[in-house]
Design a binder for this molecule. Structure first.
Ligand code: ADP
Length: 656
């Protein structure tokens, strides 16, 4: 029984070990690690297209999971420096302890490196060489484990194509750089031209010329010359390039067609070439790599070299007047990858037209706006001048009374001066009496000065601009000029100030002009009624958020039909009227964001009401005394003496 159990135990162990032996290698062999070592910069288009094709082919394998590690030596551009020891140290450190299944080497700087150091880091790892020129291969012996994807550039095919397209051409210029690879390619072309001396009677190598000089020389050529551009990794001044970067400058400047064998150059203006499909080269490499990884073969040496394909750039051929009719049937005539302008010519033209039209419209609108602004500025200057002229005219109407108003205190001053003189001449001077006389003189002088000051302010040319103002103070100031005239016309003035001292934001002179115009009109309207009936009522109050000013009279009132026309410029019913007073009032009210209304009062007479936005922040209970210009305590008490409830409009208050 015991032996039976032991047997079963060992049988299970054996099954487990066998299973493990099967599973572990299968897992380990599932992911193949491949190092892809390129001699070029990996983002250079010709290199990138191959690297991508290799990766895609490897990654598409249904039987293998492949991990690819990319290493780039960039040896074409840095061929003057031997950095191989440093690269080696880096790779050794990086891949120490890692099993690499295959090393794929692209281009000869990397092939040289692999040949030299392979035994030090990947001695048992197979190596697959790709994009390595045949002459490089000929001069080297490959160790075991190395295989090659054949790659040959046949410059002769490109020269034959040039000869076909330019039957009269007998001069060949080969343009390239001075890096090792540049020089090798250039000599490849010169060599090929030598094989056809009958055709290419002269062939020159322009090696490493700086771009500007190259352009200058190319632009002086003619179509009896064919140009072949190989590669330019470096010029003789030490500038480094990716070869494709130089192509647009060369093709644009050249007065002769430019040929080459890299398909990628076609989009930069190359005329034609027997070009190699580098993506296909990458795919071939990928397929050969898979067959090595799967143990199917050790290399791809038996493959034929990659064939070249004849391609002609149709627009460049047209530019040089080349005859494409004689091209072989399998030669593709391709349109140069279209520029945005070429592809969307009509859209581009339309958009340009729309843009132009838009720009013109904007320019016209800007000019119009400038003109309008200038016109507005002129118009507002004219309005201001007109308003001032109207003020002068109004003051002119009041001048007799104003002169009287000033003359009266001046007369009193004169009398008091005479009285003082008499006192001084008398033997005994009564000092108290003299002081009383001087106080009278002072008071009268202040009164006259007050009138003159307000008159000057009203007639000033420059506006002081907007500022917070007490409407009470504004009206009071205007009344200084109106009262004498009212007295002369035997009109009683009743004034109701606002106890809250409502403030408004405005231009003081303009607001005074409102009061003045409305008051003068009111006085005019009462010319024909009995003197004891003549009452001019002015009231200030606040309704909701607005300050309210009303001016009422006991005249003939306003016909309902005339109400709308009153504010029109030049409407007047007076023999000597200008018809501008109310128009100016309305424009001032509008400019202050207010409203104005005219109506007939019940019981006769007219009522004009003006509403202005309140300047809320500055509104204050004690505003009157402090806001009245030049207001002393006496003035303030006089002002308060006239205060009536603010809700009493001029036509409602019992004072009217
Ligand atoms: P003017 O005073 O030069 O006529 P206004 O524009 O000041 O110009 O006034 C236009 C017209 O409005 C006056 O001619 C008059 O007919 C009418 N008007 C103005 N105020 C009153 C008023 N308080 N009572 C009656 N009519 C008035």
């Amino acid at each position: 029984m015991r032996g039976h159990v032991l047997l079963r135990f060992w049988a299970r162990v054996a099954i487990f070990l066998v299973g493990l032996a099967v599973i572990v290698p299968a897992c380990a062999g599932d992911v193949a690690k491949v190092v892809l070592l390129t001699g070029a910069d990996p983002v250079q288009p010709a290199a990138l297209v191959q690297i991508q094709a290799v990766r895609e082919t490897l990654e598409a394998s249904p039987s293998k999971d492949v991990e690819v590690y990319l290493e780039a030596l960039d040896g074409f551009r840095f061929d003057g420096q031997d950095l191989s020891n440093e690269y080696l140290a880096l790779l050794e450190k990086k891949y120490r302890g890692q099993h690499i299944d295959l090393v794929i080497v692209i281009a000869n700087p990397a092939a040289d490196f692999a040949l030299k150091f392979h035994s030090l880091i990947w001695s048992t790892t197979p190596v697959l060489l790709s994009s390595v020129p045949e002459d490089w291969l000929r001069s080297r012996t490959l160790p075991d484990g190395f295989s090659v994807i054949p790659y040959r550039i046949d410059a002769g095919e490109t020269l034959s194509l040039a000869a076909l397209l330019q039957p009269d051409a007998n001069r060949l210029i080969v343009v390239g750089g001075i890096a090792d690879v540049d020089r090798r390619f250039t000599s490849l072309v010169i060599e090929a031209a030598r094989h056809d001396r009958a055709r290419w009677q002269s062939s020159e190598a322009w090696e490493g010329l700086p771009i500007d000089e190259l352009k200058r020389r190319l632009s002086a050529l003619d179509t009896k010359t064919a140009v072949v551009y190989t590669t330019m990794y470096r010029d003789r001044d030490g500038h480094r390039y990716f070869p494709y970067e130089v192509v647009p400058s060369i093709t644009k400047a050249s007065a002769a067609p430019v040929y080459g064998w890299y398909a990628v150059y076609l989009q930069y203006g190359l005329t034609a070439g027997a070009v190699y499909d580098l993506a296909e080269n990458g795919r071939r490499t990928g397929r050969a790599a898979l067959s090595v990884l799967e143990g199917r073969s050790t290399g791809a040496i038996g493959l034929p070299a990659l064939p070249a394909r004849c391609v002609v750039n149709a627009s460049e051929a047209e530019r040089f007047g080349l005859d494409t009719a004689r091209l072989a049937e399998d030669c593709s005539l391709v349109a140069q990858p279209p520029s945005i302008y070429r592809e969307y010519r009509s859209t581009v033209l339309l958009s340009a037209g729309v843009l132009l039209a838009q720009s013109l419209t904007i320019a016209a609108l800007l000019m119009q706006r400038r003109r309008r602004r200038r016109a507005e500025a002129e118009s507002s200057a004219r309005s201001a001048e007109l308003a001032r002229a109207a003020r002068i005219s109004t003051v002119g109407e009041l001048s007799a009374s104003i002169a009287h108003e000033v003359g009266q205190p001046l007369g009193a001053i004169l009398s008091n001066a005479d009285a003082a003189d008499l006192l001084v001449r008398a033997s005994t001077v009564d000092v108290d009496e003299l002081q009383a006389i001087l106080a009278d003189v002072r008071r009268d002088a202040l009164r006259a000065n007050d009138v003159v000051k307000r008159l000057r302010a009203l007639l000033q040319k420059q506006s002081a601009g907007s500022r917070p103002l007490s409407l009470n103070a504004v009206v009071d100031s205007a009344l200084v000029l109106i009262r004498p005239e009212a007295r002369r016309r035997r009109i009683r003035v009743e004034m109701t100030l606002d106890p809250k001292g409502t403030m408004v934001l405005g231009d003081e002179v303009q607001l005074q002009q409102i009061v003045l115009n409305l008051a003068v009109n009111a006085m005019d309207a009462m010319n024909l009624i009995e003197p004891e009936q003549r009452i001019l009522s002015i009231a200030i109050g606040a309704v909701d958020e607005r300050a309210e000013l009303s001016v009422a009279d006991r005249g003939a009132g306003i016909d309902a039909d005339d109400v709308r026309r009153l504010f029109e410029p030049f409407y007047t019913s007076k023999p000597n009227g200008m018809g501008l007073g109310l128009a100016i009032v309305r424009s001032i009210v509008d400019a202050h964001g207010g409203d104005i209304e005219a109506a007939s009062r019940q019981g006769g007479g007219a009522l004009f009401t003006v509403w202005l936005p309140r300047f809320a922040d500055a509104s204050c209970e004690s505003g009157i005394a402090t806001s009245l210009p030049n207001a002393g305590p006496g003035d303030a008490s006089r002002a308060y003496a006239m205060v009536r409830p603010a809700t009493h409009r001029a036509d409602q208050g019992h004072a009217i």
